[in-house]
Ligand binder design. Structure first.
Ligand code: FES
Length: 111
């Protein structure tokens, strides 16, 4: 895959499919992504917790953070950074664009 391909935005889901504070898991080029609509914005982060192989989209969203249900680390949806242990590494955050009802995500991560 070229750098240009990775920068490309692709449709993740429909905006109307997203319920506020309810993460939606999608796969883009085989990469699991959690798409979250919260506080008037849409965010996309890698769906796998940086602590272990757990799907973040099965956790809860609050205060612009997504919580890993297994051990409780929360990740900032804007930066991917964990707020506390046991996770110490951020999860990748992906750029999001909204076009009409389409939520577009680029795997060219922001942080
Ligand atoms: S697996 Fe997510 S905090 Fe441990």
């Amino acid at each position: 895959m070229t750098a240009l391909d990775r920068a490309r935005f692709q449709r993740a889901c429909g905006l109307s499919e997203l319920e506020e504070d309810t993460p939606k898991r999608v796969e883009l080029d085989g990469t699991p992504v959690s798409v979250v609509r919260t506080e008037g914005e849409v965010f996309a982060v890698n769906d796998i917790c940086s602590h272990a192989n757990v799907s973040l989209s099965e956790g809860e969203v609050e205060d612009c953070q997504i919580e890993c249900w297994l051990h409780g680390s929360s990740f900032d949806l804007r930066t991917g950074k964990p707020s506390g242990l046991p996770a110490t590494r951020p999860v990748p955050v992906y750029p999001v664009k909204i076009e009409g009802d389409d939520v577009l995500v680029s795997l060219n991560q922001e942080s």
